[in-house]
Design a protein around this ligand. Structure first.
Ligand code: EPZ
Length: 417
């Protein structure tokens, strides 16, 4: 199993190009099931979750090509088994995103329940409740959702909790439903807006994506399209913190700074110099880091997917920072590994108190989930000596060639196979 080896203490310098967003590419790939025509997706990141989704679509009968250079081609003309098997879903819970499109176009679907996850229980009740309001029958049996419908119809759906993939799944179900669907208290993440742009390019009628209320008027059928996946705001945020924690000087390019304005304003608050451009931003981490509290909330607030990385930075703060995680009930696993590197962190329920000013020391640590592994890389860059990170398969799920990109900025980092 691969590991990552880092020798800390190097200031990062130079320019890094951001890849396409995993969390935009996954729903876009699921949406290719909505038409028998060819769909071309540009700027797809070459990461493991994308390859898992390709395998899933192929098992359903989609002709799916995902080359390393970023433009994928998908054609769902000869769809056979309308099933997402446990073997694939257990490795990537976002597989649930094929449920809406399959029900909308083929009127039935069998999808394995995702099950638990390191960061929380993550139920899909809101996805199923929404589909049932649209006229589907969703039975859960033997670990699978057995869903069928005589034909989906429009409905008014108010989410009790903001859910990103829930919003995406129901939006994809509604584009071929009979009548109008309103999604209220919807997620307005940039990935949701990017999916709506793709669906509109396929002929869908959608208004309000990017706001808390989305209106979808169903159409009879959808056509193929060429669509560009937005840059990965979480990867961009991760590199911003890498520059800050190493007191470096980095240009983060090929991204949309507006998509992570909450992260960049928090970094300015803690003393990091940020200069914004149209398609990138510059980070200068020359001064000290001030300890500042932070609470995660749905977009446009500070994203939970940047919480672990921010915690790593706060271990180097000049005081105490309280980090509150409101989205997932168990997303502080990385704290235990940071403590092994010498950090002073106390976790109580959904709050972590981080006392800064403790120099980090290199150590053997292990990743528990995708973003936790990123925070351990950041800590390793700032630590004295050598850090070995185990279980980096978590990292490969959502970061494309991160150690190569970090090495390109002067980090002493390598993958040990
Ligand atoms: C998406 O997950 C992202 N994944 C996650 O990124 C991200 O952490 C999360 O949104 C929050 O921003 C993808 O887009 C593929 P939610 P999702 O439904 O949609 C509860 C990463 O690191 N909930 O918005 O699964 C849920 O338990 C990953 O790239 C229900 O109770 O998250 C959570 O507490 C990790 N019932 C909250 O809502 C439901 O039916 C928000 O979850 C659905 C959700």
């Amino acid at each position: 199993m691969d590991k990552i080896r880092i020798v800390g203490g190097k200031k990062l310098r130079g320019r890094v190009e951001i890849s396409g967003a995993k969390n935009a590419a996954l729903p876009a790939m699921a949406a290719t099931l909505l038409t028998p025509e060819t769909v071309l997706l540009e700027n797809i990141p070459y990461v493991r979750d994308i390859l898992t989704t390709r395998t899933l679509l192929e098992s359903i009968g989609v002709n799916a090509e995902v080359p390393g250079n970023g433009t994928g081609s998908f054609k769902a003309a000869d769809v056979g088994a309308l099933e997402a098997p446990y073997e694939l879903v257990k490795t990537m819970r976002a597989s649930i995103l094929v449920l809406g499109p399959m029900l909308a176009r083929f009127k039935k679907a069998r999808v394995s329940l995702p099950g638990g996850c390191a960061i929380g229980s993550r139920p899909i009740n809101l996805h199923l409740q929404g589909l049932e309001k649209m006229g589907a029958k969703c039975d859960v049996a033997h670990g699978y959702v057995e869903a069928s419908t005589a034909g989906l119809h429009g409905a008014y759906i108010q989410f009790e909790t903001v859910t990103v993939t829930g919003t995406e799944n129901l939006m994809m179900a509604a584009v071929l439903a009979n009548g109008e669907t309103v999604l209220d208290n919807a997620a307005c993440e940039p990935e949701v807006e990017n999916l709506a742009d793709m669906l509109r390019a396929m002929g869908a009628k959608i208004e309000g994506a990017g706001t808390r209320t989305i209106r979808i008027r169903g159409v009879k059928k959808l056509k193929g399209c060429r669509h560009r996946i937005i840059p990965d705001r979480i990867e961009a945020g991760t590199f911003a913190i890498a520059a800050a924690i190493t007191r470096g000087d980095v240009e983060v390019a090929d991204c949309n700074p507006k998509h992570l304005s909450s992260v960049l304003s928090q970094l300015s608050l803690v003393g990091v110099e940020i200069s914004m451009g149209e398609t990138g931003f510059h980070v200068r981490g020359h001064g000290g880091i001030s300890s500042k509290n932070m609470t995660t909330y749905p977009y446009p607030a500070f994203p939970t997917d940047m919480q672990a990385q921010y915690m790593a930075l706060m271990t180097q703060g000049d005081g105490t920072a309280i980090i509150t995680e409101t989205i997932f009930e168990n997303r502080f696993m990385h704290a235990l590994e940071l403590i092994r590197m010498g950090a002073d962190i106390k976790v109580e329920g959904r709050q972590a108190t981080v006392r800064g000013g403790c120099p980090l020391m290199g150590a053997n640590v292990q990743a528990s989930d995708l973003r936790a592994s990123a925070s351990l890389i950041l800590a390793g860059l700032a630590a004295k000596g050598e850090t070995i990170i185990d279980r980096v398969y978590h990292l490969d799920r959502g970061y494309a060639r991160i150690e190569e990109k970090m090495a390109g900025l002067g980090a002493e980092i390598e993958r040990i196979s």
